[in-house]
Design a protein around this ligand. Sequence first.
Ligand code: NAP
Length: 304
Amino acid sequence: MYDVIVIGGGPAGFTAGLYTSRAKLETLIIERAYFGGQMSIANQMENYPGFEGISGSLLADKMLKQAEKFGAKAILDEVVDLDLDSKIKKVITRSGTYEAKSVILCMGASPRKLGLPNEEKLTGSGVSYCATCDGAFFRDREVAVVGGGDTAAEDAIYLSRFCSKVYLIHRRDELRATKTLSDLILSNPKIIPVWNSVVEEIQGEYMVEGIRVRNIKTDDVTDIKLSGLFIAIGYMPNSQLVQGKVELTGDGYIKADENMQTNVPGVFVAGDVREKQLRQVVTAASDGAVAGSSAEQYLSKNKL
Ligand code: NAP
C-alpha cells in the first residue's frame, strides 16, 4: 500500500513525487512510455528558471533522480484502469494492481492529429509529431511543418538548419507564435510560409511523397512534393483514463481548485492534463509541488 501514487513521469509527476517523498510518504510514480514525457524531446530549454539553457531530457533526468533521492520509486508500466471511489484507491496496470491512499494525476498531453486518412499509416515513414526526434532523417530534403504556434515555429527554425526547404503551412495569415519566433521565421530564407492553407491529403504509399494543400480563402489546391511532414497543431489531454471518474472540461482537461484537488477526495491533478492557461515545464513543476503538498495535507487531515 502506497501513501501516494503519481500517474505520469513528466515534470509534474516528478515534482509531485519529490514533494511527497520528501514529506516521508511512500510514493510510487508510474510512467507508461518514457520518463520525462514531452519535455524529453525539447532540444534546448531556455525558460526554466535557473538554467540559461538545458536539454529537456537532462532536466527530466535530474528531476527524476532528485525525487528518487528522497525515496520515491519510479516504474515503467501502463495504468489501464482506476478505482477512485473508496478511501483506498486502486490503480490497475498491465502488470498488476496497486493500492494507494491518494492519487496524483499527471498524465500530460499528446500531439493533436490532423485526422487525414494516410496520417497514421505514414507516421514514422515521413509523418512526425516531433521535429527534434526525427528531423535529422531529413537532411537536405524538403519538408513541411503544419501549425502556427510556438511549437510549429520552433520546429520550422530547427529543421531549416539541415533541410533544404521548410514549408510552414498555417490556416491563417498570421502566426500565433511569439513575435521573436515569428520574426525569425519571416527572415529565414529557407522557410516558405504557406498562409491561409490546410493540408488536405498526405500522398505516398509507403513513404510520404508529397501533400495536397488547399488555400481556404481562394479554394486553390496545390500539390507540394516533399519527404517529411511535421505536424505541430497543439496537444490533447491524456485524460481518457479518468473519463467519467473525475470532472473534466468540455475539451477533456481535468478540473481542479487552486490546491490541485479534483472533485474526488484524495485525487489530485498536476501539469498539462489540468485545465489552465499556460502549459510549460515550469508550470507543470509548480502544479506538482502544490499537488504533492495537498496530498500530504489530505492524508494528515484524514489520519490516513
Ligand atoms: P498552440 O499554441 O495551441 O498552437 C497550435 C497551432 O496549430 C495554432 O497556430 C493553430 O491555429 C493550429 N491548429 C490547431 N488545430 C489545427 C488544425 N486542425 N489544423 C491546422 N492547424 C491547426 O500549440 P503549440 O504551438 O504546440 O504550443 C502549446 C503551448 O506550448 C503554448 O502555450 C506555447 O506557447 C507553448 N510552447 C512554448 C514554447 C517556448 O516557450 N519556447 C515552445 C513550444 C510551445 P490557430 O492559430 O489558427 O488557432
